[in-house]
Design a binder for this molecule. Structure first.
Ligand code: CNA
Length: 370
């Protein structure tokens, strides 16, 4: 995934690219531009990224509206009238904050504002491979705190489970590494843990990859520095849970499924994410053009001025034919949608029983199954 802080290789490559353009006389009479690009390159921003962002936003062909109203009521009506069966959910750290797991970017409470104790050059460094190679202790301490088992699913997690039990969930794409979707009872085939999780561990920088039992890593981390150093010696390298760091590839499952899923979805629900980490954020733009999209979040994210084919809910009239922004907490938003669909008792039963309750299929799914 990418949202990296500059490392020397990136800076080097960006500066070399600029040098090449300079030799080709690209900056004659445009010295100011060269100066600015050099400054950005030193921060790790490649000139190609700058050129790309200068391009005009991609124009989308408008469509007749696919919602009767551009709010949650409109979405609920659409689900029932259309008989949705292929809902895709995308979620991020915001669906787990009410479980007690901080997100990354919420000012004050987010992880990035609370990592000073690790003495990091920048907050993001804690999830960077280069930094981990040199200073694994910081990540290991954080991993110990966030280790699954210490937290319970939230109503938003049970809502995703509810969509599945109703028979209308195609897939849930999660950026979260806390595995709470699975703990809420979502079957493995319905989840794409796009940034990995704590299910498996591996020795970094090994090809073919050396796998390590995750419980072995957990036991080592519980012993503190002595434990992870001993594990490193025993395995011939640092062991890390299979969560995706900045600069690492996303799991093969993400690559294999996302295009087809988004091309066939009949509704996209996005929850609790700032939509700034790529390639995950780009999924919003892959949703088929006739599928309504709803963002449930504390703040706006992923609009088309920042994301290719992103949300258009901030645009007026015919410029928005399918997008809804429901401002607020994920739990409240999910509960409101369940209520509008007449599924609030089912949702509550799942929450109260910690996922043990059984739920009737959506009427249109039941009718098609009998
Ligand atoms: P982020 O960038 O921190 O954004 C979170 C978004 O959710 C922000 O827009 C918040 O305003 C919003 N938000 C926070 N709490 C709520 C709430 N209760 N209801 C509604 N909105 C809320 O996190 P992203 O997920 O967008 O960033 C992707 C990173 C976060 C992934 O790589 C994850 O691995 C990583 N992460 C995961 C966890 C986890 O597994 N629980 C925790 C922290 C970070």
């Amino acid at each position: 995934m990418s949202e990296e802080t500059p490392d020397s290789e990136e800076v080097q490559s960006a500066l070399e690219y600029l040098e090449m353009l300079k030799e080709g006389n690209m900056f004659v009479g445009k010295e100011g531009m060269l100066e600015q690009l050099t400054r950005l390159a030193k921060q790790g921003v490649h000139p190609l990224e700058v050129f790309q962002s200068m391009r005009k936003p991609v124009q989308e062909e408008k469509m007749p509206p696919v919602l009767s109203s551009f709010d949650m009521e409109g979405i609920a009506r659409y689900i029932a009238d259309k008989g949705c069966k292929q809902v895709v959910v995308m979620c991020g750290a915001g669906i787990s904050t009410s479980a007690g797991i901080p997100d990354f970017r919420t000012p004050g409470t987010g992880l990035y504002d609370n990592l000073q104790r690790f003495n990091l050059p920048q907050a993001e460094s804690i999830f960077e491979l280069n930094f981990f190679r040199k200073n694994p202790g910081a990540f290991y301490e954080l991993a110990r705190e966030m280790w699954p088992g210490n937290f319970e699913p939230t109503p938003a997690h049970y809502f995703v489970r509810l969509l599945n039990d109703k028979g209308i969930l195609l897939r849930c794409y999660s950026q979260n590494i806390d595995s709470l979707e699975r703990r809420a009872g979502l079957p493995a085939e319905k989840l794409v843990a796009a940034h990995g999780n704590f299910d498996e561990a591996h020795v970094i920088d090994t090809e073919p990859e050396i796998k390590v039992d995750i419980n072995e890593l957990k036991a080592a981390l519980d012993k503190g520095e002595e434990g992870w150093r001993a594990l490193k010696d025993a395995k011939g390298g640092l062991v890390k849970p299979k969560i995706v760091f900045f600069g690492e590839e996303l799991p093969e499952r993400f690559a294999r499924l996302h295009r087809q899923d988004l091309a066939t979805c009949d509704l996209l629900i996005v929850m609790g994410t700032s939509l700034v980490v790529q390639p995950f954020a780009g999924l919003v733009g892959y949703a088929t053009r006739t599928a309504p999209r709803m963002l449930i979040n504390r703040d706006r994210a992923g609009t088309c001025d920042s994301l290719k084919f992103g949300f258009r809910f901030h645009l007026e009239g015919e410029d928005n034919w399918r997008d809804v922004f429901h401002e607020g907490d994920c739990d409240a938003g999910c509960t409101a949608l369940a209520e509008l669909l007449g599924w609030d008792k089912d949702l509550q039963a799942l929450i109260d029983s910690k996922g043990q309750a059984s739920v009737y299929r959506a009427p249109w799914v039941e009718a098609s199954e009998t």
